[in-house]
Design a protein. Structure first.
Ligand code: ATP
Length: 302
């Protein structure tokens, strides 16, 4: 039995002179949720298309559920995918659309109502697809990807264009699927949308993997900051030097002192300021989001 759902080694795809994906290396263990993150155009869709055997790599190799990606017929029956938005018949209902796909794919049609219930579309099963909201369309796409009862679910930007409530619904759904044992590989250009549900992250930038590892490990790279403002702006530099004197790096941004230190150290800073006769009008420990940490690591301002 393989223990990895996905493994790629030096996987590359060149379009003309452009490397859309360049020597990508990463692994996704079975039974986990892996977020696949990167700005638009960084190569996420291209990678997913290679993993699904839709296009051939120009270099490197990969396996899906233990089978090589140049033999997609050996694993595709165990993989559910939604790439570049689902395509459905607008005039058919959600249930009818799934029935067409199940019949074409040779999947069990008895499961359709249960699948619609599972993605939260049970009560709209018989409404025409064209009346669905964007979130409902995405959820129907996930239901379609679940038709083969897949071991691995690959979703390309399933939260694209959704409002926060829709994003939350997709998150909950994926979390449930993961606890039931489905491996989920989900791409997004917004790390903040999937960081909470991802056990691991693969980050792409300009076709290159810039981070592949546990979400927890990225979390540990987050540098907590204490932001403090002086009641008298003339004390600002004095406060900064108090922080620096105690061994913490810092700077002044928009009139506020930013000191790199853990939240607990805020009490010490407060006391140092008080002893120096400085009154603080603001003192807030802040943990930057993973997104900010990511951009800091990559120097990416897209
Ligand atoms: P998005 O979120 O916008 O879809 P992405 O991260 O999925 O972005 P890709 O769609 O994989 O990125 O594109 C990666 C790069 O490869 C882009 O520069 C894109 O223009 C290029 N590319 C993708 N498909 C082709 C193609 N068929 N022919 C030529 N270039 C392509």
């Amino acid at each position: 039995m393989p223990t990895l759902a996905i493994s790629v080694k030096d996987l590359s795809k060149k379009y003309g002179e452009r490397m859309a994906v360049s020597h990508a290396n990463f692994e996704v263990p079975l039974g986990t949720v892996c977020g696949f993150v990167g700005p638009n155009g960084s190569g996420k869709t291209t990678t997913m298309r290679m993993l699904l055997g839709l296009i051939s790599p120009t270099g490197g190799s990969g396996t899906i559920l233990g089978e090589p990606i140049n033999h997609p017929e050996r694993y595709l029956s165990r993989v559910g995918a939604m790439i570049e938005g689902p395509a459905f018949y607008p005039a058919l209902s959600g249930a009818e659309n799934l029935r067409v796909l199940a019949t074409l794919g040779g999947f069990d049609t008895d499961q359709i109502q249960a699948l619609l219930d599972r993605v939260g579309l049970g009560d709209r099963a018989n409404s025409k697809y064209k009346t669905y909201s964007l979130g409902m369309k995405q959820r129907l796409g996930i239901a379609a990807a679940l038709l083969p009862n897949p071991q691995l679910l690959m979703l390309d930007e399933p939260t694209n264009g959704l409002d926060p409530a829709g994003i939350q619904e997709i998150r909950e759904l994926l979390k449930t699927l993961a606890t039931e044992g489905t491996t989920v590989f989900i791409s997004s250009h917004l790390l903040s949308e999937i960081e909470m549900i991802s056990d691991s992250l693969v980050m792409l930038r300009k076709g290159k993997v810039i981070f592949a590892g546990k979400t927890q490990d990225l979390l540990m790279r987050q540098q907590p900051v204490i932001i403090a403002k002086c009641a008298d702006p003339q004390d600002t530099l004095k406060l900064l030097s108090l922080g620096q004197g105690a061994g913490h790096d810092g700077s002044v941004i928009d009139g506020a002192v930013h000191i790199l230190a853990s939240a607990e150290w805020a009490a010490t800073l407060n006391k140092l300021a008080f002893d120096a006769g400085i009154t603080l009008s603001q003192l807030s420990p802040v943990l930057p989001s993973l997104e900010e940490t990511f951009f800091e690591m990559t120097g990416d301002d897209e």
